[in-house]
Design a protein around this ligand. Sequence first.
Ligand SMILES: Cc1cc2nc3c(=O)[nH]c(=O)nc-3n(C[C@H](O)[C@H](O)[C@H](O)COP(=O)(O)OP(=O)(O)OC[C@H]3O[C@@H](n4cnc5c(N)ncnc54)[C@H](O)[C@@H]3O)c2cc1C
Length: 361
Amino acid sequence: MPATATDPHTSRTRSWWGWGYVDAHPDDAECVATGALLPGTLARPLPVPRIADLPIGRPAATPPAALAHLVTADPRARAAHAMGKAYRDVARALRGRPGRIPDLVARPARDQDVTDLLDWAGGHGVAVIPFGGGSSVVGGVEYRGDAHRAVLSLDLTSMDRVLEIDTASRSARIQAGALGPALEAQLRPHGLTLRHFPQSFEFSTLGGWLATRAGGHYATGHTHIDDFVQSLRVITPAGTGTSWRLPASGAGPSPDRFFLGSEGTLGVITEAWMRLRERPRHKASASVAFTDFARALEAVRAIAQSDLSPANCRLLDPGEALLSGACHDGSAVLVLGFESATAPVDGRLAAAVDLARAHGG
Ligand SMILES: Cc1cc2nc3c(=O)[nH]c(=O)nc-3n(C[C@H](O)[C@H](O)[C@H](O)COP(=O)(O)OP(=O)(O)OC[C@H]3O[C@@H](n4cnc5c(N)ncnc54)[C@H](O)[C@@H]3O)c2cc1C
């Protein structure tokens, strides 16, 4: 595996401590300028610690020769897999105090690699933590406790292909390590989309979405990833299971529900059959400013409870509106979006804007 966290699709290097690519990070002057916009912050950037200054010891376990090609103990890779991307994680990284840094990082290329790594780890007191895009905001990719001799971060992003497309049923079998953009790029030529867009889309994976029950940014209609699952393939220390692929079922408990939201604690999701949609051909959007945030909330409720079904109905409070460049005068901003593969949506957008106006927008 490469020593740096290089994205194989873009050949760009991801930051080991912060969001995005190294070459897109703001410089110190930009950090100060942005910090000055936020009340209560110290407008002084913290220096990024050198990897050499991080508490990275010798790995406490060595993989067998048969698995060595999948595993690295490179300090940069280990640092990049130590934490998620919550504000708290970024602050800890910049202070040079990450949590426990994994001893090893593995990048399996196929299911058998995952099985072999779990078998080895299970027999040698090594904890395994599945890792997708690493955008967790709840400490899900971190090791807590001291029951294990060593920690291995299992990075799934080499398993990133759309394996099969069923155009009749509009669904696809997709490997769990596919990051959002790569997943959509593989569906696009077929005129299909998963249309699941968490804000972290660029740096999060299908497996991460499933393991955290992610919600999409297009969040008023179908939003939870759970709604799109037809079946899962999961490798656990006790064996491999694939749930029965059904278009829909009301028979008994759903085994998929067991793994959805399990945060990697019950096994490694390696692939899933997902429901897809036709790519939308008709789109319309608008933003509406509100000086009164409480009235903006009422507008959102009115639109959500109407039968207009916006694809997006997202309210930015004044702080987020300022930071995202949507509005600079202290107003809240409601972002509305409508889309359809079959019919124009301008009428629905106009009706939603009328509702927003009626509530002071
Ligand atoms: C800027 C930002 C914006 C965000 N926006 C949203 C949002 O709009 N909606 C939302 O729901 N969340 C959001 N999040 C949170 C995060 O992006 C989601 O939880 C996302 O689903 C995590 O995906 P990931 O691939 O990065 O998983 P990771 O962070 O790598 O892992 C998350 C958890 O899932 C487990 N896991 C990962 N892959 C697998 C696998 N293949 N099998 C089993 N377990 C696995 C990990 O062990 C961990 O417990 C955001 C986070 C950030 C930093």
